[in-house]
Each structure stands twice: as C-alpha cells, then as structure tokens.
Design a protein around this ligand. Sequence first.
Ligand SMILES: CC[C@H](C(=O)O)C(=O)SCCNC(=O)CCNC(=O)[C@H](O)C(C)(C)COP(=O)(O)OP(=O)(O)OC[C@H]1O[C@@H](n2cnc3c(N)ncnc32)[C@H](O)[C@@H]1OP(=O)(O)O
Ligand SMILES: [Co+2]
Length: 134
Amino acid sequence: MLGRVNHIALVVPNLAEAAAKYRSVLGAAVTAPDALPEHGVSVVFVTLENTKVELLEPLGSDSPIAAFLAKNPAGGMHHICYEVEDIIAARDSLVAAGGRVLGDGQPKIGAHGKPVLFLHPKDFFGTLIELEQV
Ligand SMILES: CC[C@H](C(=O)O)C(=O)SCCNC(=O)CCNC(=O)[C@H](O)C(C)(C)COP(=O)(O)OP(=O)(O)OC[C@H]1O[C@@H](n2cnc3c(N)ncnc32)[C@H](O)[C@@H]1OP(=O)(O)O
Ligand SMILES: [Co+2]
C-alpha cells in the first residue's frame, strides 16, 4: 500500500520566521507561503533531495492544529505523509482492518492538489498519518 514518504510536517508558531531560519541557517530551498483556509493552515514546503518538510501554522479560528500548538507552543513534529496509488482502496482496506479515517472519510484536496486523508494518531502508535494519492 505505502509508497514514498511525501513529507514530514512540523507545526511552527510563526511560519515566516521558521521559513526564514530554514533558508538562512540551513540554506534550504523553501516555497512561498500558501494559505489553505479549507484546511485551517498556512504552509510552506522545504524541498529536499528525497522528500519534503512541510512547515505549518494555524489559519483561522478552528484550525485542526491549534490544540497541538497550544500543547506544544514552541512547535513540534505533527504528521508523516505517505504516498499511495489508490487512496480509496487504501482507505477501504484500512477501515476494514479497524482503522479510523478522520473527518467524513472522503478525501480532500491537499497542498499539492492531490487527494489526501488522515488516519487517527491513536491507531498508529501516537503518530498522525496522512495519505496522499500520487
Ligand atoms: C491537507 C493539507 C496539508 C497537506 O499536507 O496537504 C496538511 O497536511 S494540513 C495538516 C493539518 N490538518 C490535519 O492535521 C487534519 C487531521 N488532523 C485532525 O483532524 C486533528 O489534528 C486531530 C483529530 C488529529 C487532533 O485534533 P485535536 O488535537 O484538536 O484533538 P484532541 O486534542 O482531542 O487530540 C486527540 C488525541 O490525539 C492527540 N494528537 C493530536 N494531534 C496529534 C498529532 N499530530 N500527533 C499525535 N497525536 C496527536 C492528542 O494529543 C490527543 O491525545 P490524548 O492522549 O487524548 O490527549
Ligand atoms: Co501534510
């Protein structure tokens, strides 16, 4: 089922500061910020040779990462995104195995314009998993 790691996501308290530090201190290539109100986040991507790092900041009053940032005010690792070829087949086999898909279970279009789903962190040893169809 799982393909490459598409990205590792970090929640940060200030996206502009984090992007600037990745550029200036780590010499990283960082995309311009992208506001995703439908996901309640603003995001940049640090592009690497073998994967990406997604830096996330809450956007709007009911961001799904607001509680995470309140618990981790300095920021922290938030989720890992695996690529899948068929997100519906992946979802259905996960649900059949007793896994919980977050939200209404229907894929949404993510930051890369591809369908994504999230799996409950409690089902995977305390790590939030995102699946992205490529
Ligand atoms: C899609 C656009 C972009 C992309 O890549 O394309 C993104 O990735 S956007 C990323 C932001 N969107 C999401 O994360 C959507 C899925 N997430 C959620 O629905 C929530 O974050 C949820 C339900 C995982 C947690 O929400 P919240 O923290 O408000 O709920 P609770 O406080 O009740 O938490 C329940 C329980 O889970 C633990 N938790 C929360 N977040 C994480 C996490 N990132 N990793 C591991 N564990 C997490 C939290 O501590 C609670 O545990 P408990 O022991 O009960 O205290
Ligand atoms: Co993500």
